[in-house]
Write a protein that binds this ligand. Structure first.
Ligand SMILES: Cc1ncc(COP(=O)(O)O)c(C=O)c1O
Length: 370
């Protein structure tokens, strides 16, 4: 008889689908006159699109976004056929048949993509759906004002296309007072005049909380669905969607002056008990957390002792009951005392990066709604 996957795993990630569904409802409720989509790129921000997408479709989410066409193809197997799936990066050369076959809508970001997609429509002999992204100041993706000015002289610039959505993306929405928010919104207002009557979308998670002027027809949250705080530094209105526990592999006592871990960066001051847990930077628990983070044992903080290794982390568990910090027991890394944003801040990064790097070696446990 084989051991279970759970018994083999160094760490256990629990994803609360009920929390993700509750977050969807909370986001949608901010703009009752708009439709609320869900951004699924990077495997639903690391949490598992296979489980998250059906849960959100079941919650009534009718529109999804992926970054890549392959993500869209996978997503098409997971949600009802009347759900719209937009592919943010547009159609790479040669992928048009994937879009028709899987009923995906490309977001066209520049004149080159527009030309390609129009040629596809012509070859196919029917109008093809598309979204148009406008660059309102982030300079990452989307038609620049100069592109639009050049196109506006051509009355047939959208020939063969059925334009479903005009969108743009905010660069600083997580800083509500940042002047770029209003500048981008105004530019969006001006630029979208080239597509009269086409439904519009501007707000990501943080944008949803910038007020009704930013809502337009379609909200596009990702991070907030997964519990990331849309306004850093203020109370988080969303529910945490993930918890993470790592298994203790070994416990040892070190003497005064002993070192722990690579680079000998931790030196014991007096006898200490050190527990080694089975998670490391290969699992997304970043090396930058060395010396700056902690785990929790029944709500009590235990500091990282020394450098984070590829597959393990050493903790100072001195003073905790030996039976509680024995090999095989678990400690908490994401829990009520410490959320994704808090750990990300300790590593000098953002919750988005931490979530999307969560390891593939974890045992994953999905808690269904209710
Ligand atoms: C174009 C676009 N829209 C929406 C989102 C969702 O953003 P957030 O995760 O901040 O809600 C992203 C993610 O970066 C994006 O690139």
């Amino acid at each position: 008889m084989h051991a279970s996957e759970l018994a083999r795993a160094g760490a256990i990630l629990t994803v609360d689908l009920g929390a993700i569904r509750a977050n969807y409802r909370l986001l949608a409720a901010q703009a009752p006159a708009s439709t609320c989509a869900a951004v699924m790129k990077a495997d639903a921000y690391g949490l598992g699109m296979d489980q998250v997408a059906p849960a959100l479709a079941d919650e009534g989410c009718p529109v999804f976004f992926t970054a890549h066409v392959a993500e869209g193809m996978r997503l098409r197997q997971l949600v009802p056929e009347d759900c719209a799936i937009y592919v943010l990066h547009g159609p790479p050369a040669g992928t048009a048949p994937d879009f028709y076959q899987y009923d995906l809508i490309p977001v066209l970001n520049d004149p080159g993509q527009l030309q390609e997609w129009r040629a596809s429509a012509q070859r196919l002999g029917r109008a093809l759906p598309a979204a148009i992204q406008l660059d309102t100041g982030m300079s990452r993706m989307g038609f620049a004002p100069a592109d639009l000015a050049a196109l506006s002289g051509d009355a047939g610039w959208l020939a063969g296309l059925d334009v479903k959505l005009v969108m743009s993306h905010l660069a600083c929405a997580d800083e509500a007072a940042h002047p770029l928010n209003e500048r981008q919104r105004r530019r969006f207002e001006q630029l979208r005049e080239i597509l009269p009557g086409v439904p519009a979308s501007l707000a990501n998670s943080s944008g949803v909380f910038l007020g009704p002027a930013y809502h337009y027809d379609l909200l596009r949250p990702g991070a907030a669905l997964y519990g990331i705080n849309p306004h850093p530094g203020q109370p988080n209105p969303l529910r945490q969607a993930v918890s993470l526990a790592a298994r203790i592999v070994q416990v040892r006592t070190v003497a005064d002056g002993d070192i722990v871990g690579y680079g000998a960066r931790y030196v014991a001051s007096g006898p200490r008990r050190i527990a080694t847990i089975g998670i490391g930077y290969a699992d997304g628990w970043l090396r930058a957390l060395s010396g700056h983070s902690q785990a929790f044992v029944d709500g009590v903080a235990v500091p990282f002792a020394g450098t984070v290794s590829m597959d393990s982390i050493t903790l100072d568990v001195t003073g905790l009951p030996q039976a509680r910090v024995a090999p095989g027991r678990t400690v908490d890394l994401l829990c009520a005392q410490q959320d994704v944003d808090a750990v990300a801040a300790q590593a000098g990064t953002i919750g988005y990066e931490l979530l999307t790097r969560l390891g593939r070696r974890f045992h994953r446990h999905y808690v269904p709604c209710g």
